[in-house]
Design a protein around this ligand. Structure first.
Ligand code: PLP
Length: 351
């Protein structure tokens, strides 16, 4: 089965070998306070910064999932109000979880085909948090680096938190333009699920220390103290970190990956434009995601495609929410192979 599901998604071919290596090297039972763990953790974070172009003075944290990162941010960074810009299910969930902890969380929904206008996003409090989903996996839209940069520039005293779960390691994100970036590894990293990543600017760490929230095992205060020693407050997914390290060692620089992903996205756009019965779900090209391609058609066509794809050994991503019956999604993640994409295009040619 070739998985085009946008997460959990196709893993890199080398994963079984790395798992075996981990077992042989005793990684699966190493103590998370040992020197061996510390040097592996340090190496993984250095590689991550190097390969993804993350500023050196940013702090990287290991968590269990992107969802956990949402909660950590709500617990340790929000004191009163946060603004949530979203146009899809993941952004809305982030808002929902935050609101349960801080009732003044404010939703700022926008349209799937709407390009955010930073001039209209100037907030009036002295400080606070702005949350943006860079790549909305549920509907295949994205917010550009330029818009993220402008939002931060217009609101310098705010922390800007970015959910990049389905784009980190797939596209070239401008990490220095925001304060908190979160992701999990089962999307563009091509790894099995169970590990989340959070990347924080010095301004974010400063805010964490000012707020000094210490009510949870994963309060960012504790996490920061432990990460000074390349460790985590809890026993982390050591195998996941090891696999991440191995994948990073072989990873191209993010600029090269970005170019490949954008080129493949362009091919999908051209391909979909010449189909009769299916088309890209998002009309506004300026907001189309590079890493998740949502496709729409009438209900019957979508049902037929999903069913016959399975028979041909192709797994497509389900549509989301209300659009489930009339959409499906195609991951455009780096672990996918050229010939697998060709196979899917050939299958979809008749529609
Ligand atoms: C997949 C996804 C999440 C949730 O990730 P988990 O690892 O399941 O917590 C959050 N945000 C976005 C944009 C996603 O694509």
């Amino acid at each position: 089965m070739i998985s085009f599901y946008p997460g959990p998604s196709r893993v890199h071919d080398e994963i079984p070998k790395y798992v075996k290596d981990a077992f042989t090297a005793g990684i699966m039972s190493i103590n998370h306070r040992s020197d061996d763990f510390v040097s592996m953790s340090e190496k993984t974070i250095k590689l991550l910064k190097q390969k993804l172009n993350i500023p050196r003075n940013y702090t990287v944290f290991f968590t269990s999932s992107a969802t956990e990162c949402w909660e950590i941010i709500a617990q340790s960074i929000v004191t009163d109000k946060s603004y949530h810009l979203y146009n899809g299910s993941f952004g809305q969930k982030w808002f929902d979880y935050t609101k349960r902890i801080h009732p003044f969380a404010e939703p700022l929904p926008f349209d799937v085909n709407e390009k955010l206008d930073p001039k209209k996003l100037i907030f009036d409090l002295k400080e606070g948090l702005i949350c943006v989903t860079q790549n909305e996996t549920s509907n295949g839209t994205q917010v550009s680096n330029a818009i993220i940069r402008a939002i931060k520039k217009n609101n310098p005293s705010y922390l800007l938190a970015i959910d990049a779960t389905s784009s980190m390691a797939g596209i070239d994100l401008d990490f220095k333009s925001a304060d908190i970036w979160l992701a999990s590894v089962q999307k563009c990293f091509g790894l099995p699920a169970g590990l989340g990543l959070m990347v924080c600017s010095p301004q974010a760490i400063e805010r964490v220390k000012t707020i000094n929230e210490k009510n949870h095992y994963n309060s960012l205060m504790f996490m920061t103290e432990m990460m000074d020693k390349w460790q985590t407050p809890f026993t982390p997914n050591v195998l996941g970190i090891y696999l991440l390290m191995r994948v990073l060692e072989n990873m191209d620089a993010i600029k090269a990956t970005h170019d490949l992903i954008e080129e493949r996205y362009n091919k999908w756009i051209i391909f979909l434009k010449s189909r009769k019965n299916i088309r890209h779900f998002v009309n506004e090209e300026a907001v189309q995601s590079y890493t998740v391609i949502p496709v729409t058609a009438d209900e019957q066509t979508v049902a037929t495609i999903k069913k016959s794809a399975k028979k041909e050994g192709i797994l497509l991503g389900e549509g989301y929410g209300n659009y489930k019956p009339v959409t499906f999604r195609i991951a455009n993640f780096p672990a996918l192979k050229e010939k697998e994409i060709k196979t899917l295009m050939k299958f979809l040619e008749k529609y």
